[in-house]
Design a protein around this ligand. Sequence first.
Ligand code: ATP
Length: 257
Amino acid sequence: MLPQSAPQIVSFSDITKTFENGTVALQDLSLEIRQGEFVSLLGPSGCGKSTALRLLAGLSEPNSGRLNWADDTMSVPDHDLSFVFQEPTLMPWATVFENVRLPLKVRGIGKVEARGRVMSALELVGLERFEKSYPRELSGGMKMRVSIARALVTEPKVLLMDEPFAALDEITRFKLNNELLEFWSKFGLTVVFVTHSVFESVYLSSRILIMTSGPGRIVADLPMTAPYPRDDDFRTSAEYADTCRRVSHALKDAMAA
Ligand SMILES: Nc1ncnc2c1ncn2[C@@H]1O[C@H](COP(=O)(O)OP(=O)(O)OP(=O)(O)O)[C@@H](O)[C@H]1O
């Protein structure tokens, strides 16, 4: 599946991010992401994964260095880019339909025009029958599906995900992993995915960037060559187990260094 030949979509050049309290969250970070990649940022707590994702989303600015989108329109906040957080961050007072409609509303798209798009996004995540439900009536997995539908309703090119499945039980997480891979492939998305989990990153990614802290930086860039589609057979294969072991060792080495 693509990587090497695909065009670059965004690059970080020597990016440093220091917070006001003096914490150097990222130092001299350079990185290129290509269109259609599924890139995971994997590393221990505090190594700057979320900071890197927030810079990509335009939610924060670097102190030095440059972030370059190949297409200038991508640097406009919210344009062609969606963010999924660990918490589904749904409006509790609004229905599932209204929650998913929100990004379209923010863009000035009227309810009539939005309806078809919202219902298509809900169908994608299997929640079309729940359009009138409120978040409190949904399970954790369903809330996350609503959050994903809200991210996909704008038909983004790039999906940024910050530990989206960390709070879910394993069976739900596996299901959502598979659904995410389906959306990624169906829509030709570029996904940047933050996780602590070696297993999750190996299952999903076309490439894993291992980060470490003190200061936050990338210490290994590992292509994941197992073919897609990946399914439950892959999850129980020797190749998956071997790759998890290799990535786990690389992570341990990075943390010890
Ligand atoms: N707004 C902030 N002000 C000060 N320090 C911050 C701020 N945000 C993050 N940090 C610090 O910057 C470093 C990187 O944080 P970041 O949240 O990016 O790490 P992370 O790898 O995503 O961690 P986790 O996996 O725990 O979410 C940490 O030391 C964190 O305490």
